[in-house]
Design a protein around this ligand. Structure first.
Ligand code: FES
Ligand SMILES: [Fe+2]
Length: 352
């Protein structure tokens, strides 16, 4: 039997995850102000743009448990749709319309979570006990690059399975034989890997000439020279791609765990040439590649990464093995406390 407790999903509560785009939040205003329903690690959230900034609250009114996203954004407070109780940016109930003079119960608090806006995304951390950071974005502020935020997409799989797929080197000729890979060009590269501080796993991939393609500056496929992969634990990855023609493109992705078996991927396609050209081909090609991946990844059973004895690994699975080992060690560190998790993420840099 697969051991579904091999990875402790409570561990991911200590990390920042994007839950929506700023554009989605702004589009949520249908006359009641910006209030967007979101989900993270099985917790339902309401995201609100209040006068003091964007906040993330548990999407449950403590009065009689109605969902807060059905209510109103009143500028500096969220008002519940059912009996009109109002909550400030800290989640404290500050008004009960039916009892204007009476005391407000101390327990009348909506749970609030750490919330920040970065890269046009709204980031939430359910538990702030560990000193984790919002992941870097290698080129977001680099004027040489134009970054386009792609449409986020949901897959029925755990975030770790999705991340593994994004970083897998052996599936190109089978899943992407006419796009990223080439049928018959099976390669057995086993990259050198390095663990770096703040929870990064890095490796360089240089396939044989002609074996791989990647998206070029116009959104078409061109021969790939090499890719620098940076996995940001637990669920982020950056691909810094150099084409044979010398141009670079950077794909940034984070797979947010909606719950234990569903994830939502947020991603950017960035390029250092042809800023004036159309963005849509870059989005379209990436979406085509994702369509090629989705069926095999969603077919993986169980959705969560199981105990090592439940699957088989060979040498070229090195990236997957190293990634799983890190996830497992993070869960182990978390069991000892938030400080241990911090120490693990910032341990000495090391070759793998
Ligand atoms: S359930 Fe929200 S005010 Fe009553
Ligand atoms: Fe793929």
């Amino acid at each position: 039997m697969a051991d579904k407790t091999y990875l402790d999903n409570q561990t991911w509560h200590y990390f920042w995850h994007p839950v929506c785009t700023v554009a989605e939040l702004e589009a949520s205003d249908t006359g009641r102000g910006c209030l967007l329903r979101a989900q993270l690690l099985g917790t339902e959230l309401v995201i609100a743009r209040l006068e003091s900034g964007v906040v993330a609250m548990n999407n449950r009114c403590p009065h009689r448990s109605a969902k807060l996203h059905l209510g109103w954004n009143r500028g500096d407070r969220v008002q519940c749709a059912y009996h009109g109780w109002c909550y400030d940016a800290q989640g404290t109930c500050v008004e009960i319309p039916a009892a204007p003079g009476g005391p407000i119960p101390k327990r009348a608090r909506a749970t609030c979570y750490d919330c920040e806006v970065r890269y046009g995304l709204v980031w939430v951390r359910l538990d702030g006990a560990a000193d984790t950071q919002i992941p870097d974005h290698l080129v977001f502020d680099d004027p040489q690059f134009k970054c386009v935020l792609g449409p986020s997409y949901d897959w029925k799989t755990h975030s770790a399975r999705r991340l593994e797929n994004f970083t897998d080197l052996a599936h190109f000729p089978f899943v992407h034989p006419e796009t990223l890979g080439k049928a018959g060009h099976v390669t057995y590269l086993i990259p050198d890997m390095r663990f770096e501080a703040e929870g990064k796993l890095r490796y360089h991939y240089a396939p044989p000439k002609g074996a791989r393609n990647a998206m070029d500056s116009t959104g078409n496929l061109s021969p790939l020279a090499s890719t620098d992969y940076t996995i940001q634990l637990p669920f982020g990855v950056t691909l810094d791609i150099t084409l044979e023609n010398g141009t670079r493109s950077v794909i940034w992705m984070w797979a947010t765990p909606l719950d234990d078996v569903n994830c939502r991927s947020f991603w950017f396609a960035c390029r250092n040439t042809d800023h004036e050209g159309p963005d849509q081909p870059h989005i379209d090609l990436q979406m085509q590649i994702l369509e090629e991946d989705i069926d095999v990844v969603e077919s993986q059973d169980p959705e969560q990464i199981p105990h090592p004895m439940e699957e088989i690994a060979v040498g070229p699975d090195k990236v997957s093995l190293a990634y799983r080992k890190c996830l497992y060690e993070m869960c182990h560190a978390k069991a000892e406390g938030a400080d241990s998790l911090n120490a693990y993420l910032n341990r000495n840099e090391d070759n793998i």
